[in-house]
Design a protein. Structure first.
Length: 372
């Protein structure tokens, strides 16, 4: 019997470190392909940042890294001769220019199909900018494209035909059992204060300043709470702005900054929290939301990107219409009710299990590659 001919896949994407949503999701996707017997996979790490503070900045090391990646892509296209190239491009800033250049190489030398996986939305002001829009249109020329949800189809400005679009929400590898979840429900909220959690890289666009303003409102209303902030600072200026606001508004007894937490330490924050708050201004999906849903947490988040499809407003959490401090404050007041928090958390976990687990994602992800 002859050996089975495996489909050759070249996987080009950001991967950890640093640890942020799209890189972690790409790592999960790469593991799925590597464990599929019908594929032969080679991967190229697209990013050269080591810390979150390096992301988006142009450095001599990154310039050298681009040419290193370009050389590796050329070599793999000529020697490995993939049947399919999977590429997760950036769609803004310096990353857009980098990936436009790298994809020009792929399109020139590749004889198989090209699948793009967009894990970030394209900003309106990039579409209206005549120069950036040209780069985006050139970037989006491909055979198929994967989006995180239907809300992001208009974001493409008809640059890709709908017949060539796959919809695939993010997912997670389950980290707790139903027994664990029941234990968490029993232990949660037994104190005399609310545990609020912000879990993300601390770009101000993720909404941490809005939450700080909400903390001031909670203090004024004499609500007992602790608000935990977990994540890396992208810049010293944002870090200074955070702590100056905390000091000016006398929030030191209520606001705790933990830095970046991974693994069990991060899971412990999710176990002990009562509410996750994510008032982001710019998001395609919000991986942290489904992380919270797995742990049975109600979520307060903005209506950016696909978030309105992830959170069932009023059922598993609250979707913010105006995304301001007062609206966040009002939602927190509603969730002082432990019974409501627990009910929302249970329904959120149920939705996570039905829609956002690795098994569901794996079947749909692998199918895309087998069809092309």
């Amino acid at each position: 019997m002859s050996d089975i001919v495996k489909k050759r896949i070249l996987f080009v994407s950001p991967l950890p470190p640093p640890h942020y949503g799209s890189a972690l999701s790409s790592e999960m996707s790469l593991d799925i392909l590597n464990n599929e017997n019908s594929f032969e996979v080679r991967s190229i790490k697209l990013n050269y940042s080591r810390e979150m503070s390096d992301v988006g900045k142009l450095t001599p090391g990154k310039i050298g890294g681009i040419f290193n990646v370009a050389g590796r892509i050329k070599k793999e296209l000529r020697t490995f001769k993939p049947d399919l190239v999977y590429f997760m491009p950036a769609v803004s800033g310096f990353g857009l220019l980098r990936d436009y250049y790298l994809l020009k190489i792929v399109k020139r030398l590749n004889h198989g199909k090209l699948i793009l996986h967009l894990r970030a939305p394209i900003k309106d002001n990039d579409w209206t900018n005549p120069v950036r829009s040209l780069f985006i249109k050139g970037l989006l020329i491909c055979d198929k494209i994967i989006l995180l949800g239907s809300e992001l189809i208009p974001n493409l400005n008809s640059a890709v035909p709908e017949k060539d679009i796959y919809l695939l929400p993010n997912a997670l590898v389950s980290s707790i059992t139903e027994g664990d979840a029941e234990s968490i429900y029993r232990s949660r909220g037994n104190g005399n204060y609310l545990n609020l959690l912000f879990l993300s890289n601390l770009h101000e666009s993720k909404g941490w300043f809005k939450l700080l303003e909400s903390c001031r409102l909670l203090n004024d209303a004499d609500i007992k709470y602790l608000c935990h902030f977990v994540g890396d600072w992208p810049s010293t200026n944002e870090k200074l702005k955070f702590f100056r606001y905390v000091e000016k508004n006398n929030l030191y007894d209520n606001v705790v900054y933990h830095g970046r937490l991974l693994g069990r330490e991060k899971q412990n924050m999710l176990r002990e929290a009562d509410i996750l708050i994510f008032p982001t201004e710019y998001e395609a999906f919000g991986r942290v939301i489904i992380e919270a849903m797995e742990f049975g947490l109600p979520v307060i988040a903005s209506n950016a990107g696909t978030i309105p499809s992830i959170i069932d407003n009023g059922i598993t959490g609250f979707v913010l219409e105006n995304n301001n401090a007062n609206e966040i404050f009002q939602c927190i007041l509603k969730l002082q009710d432990k019974t409501l928090r627990t009910e929302m958390g249970r329904k959120g976990r149920e939705k996570f299990i039905n829609e956002f687990t690795i098994g569901i994602y794996k079947d749909r992800f692998v199918k895309i590659f087998k069809e092309n």
